[in-house]
Ligand binder design. Structure first.
Ligand code: ZN
Length: 91
C-alpha cells in the first residue's frame, strides 16, 4: 500500500461501482484501490488482496455447498433406486 486515507472512507474515497446485484454492490476507489462491499445494512472495505481472499473463501464455500447438494441428491437418488429395486416393504 503506497497511499492510505486517514479520513473516514465516505469523506475521502471515491466509489466507482464495478459490480452490483440485488444483494449489494462492489465499488472501488480509483485513488487508493480500496474495494467497498456494500450490502443492505453494512459496508465493508478491503484492500485488493483481502478482497481476492474474500472472493476465494466465498467461492470455496459455495463450491462445497454445491458439492454437498450434488452428493445428497445423488445419495437420495441411489436410495430411491434401491428402494424401487427391493419392491414394496412388507411391514
Ligand atoms: Zn480511497
Amino acid at each position: 500500500m503506497s497511499r492510505k486515507h486517514t479520513e473516514p472512507p465516505e469523506a475521502s474515497c471515491q466509489q466507482l461501482t464495478i459490480a452490483d446485484s440485488n444483494i449489494g454492490q462492489v465499488s472501488i476507489c480509483p485513488e487508493c484501490s480500496v474495494l467497498h462491499l456494500a450490502l443492505s445494512h453494512v459496508s465493508l472495505r478491503f484492500t485488493p488482496d483481502a478482497f481476492r481472499s474474500l472472493a476465494d473463501i466465498v467461492t470455496a464455500a459455495q463450491s462445497r455447498l454445491d458439492h454437498v447438494a450434488q452428493t445428497s441428491a445423488a445419495a437420495a437418488a441411489a436410495l430411491a433406486i434401491d428402494t424401487a429395486r427391493q419392491g414394496p416393504k412388507l411391514h
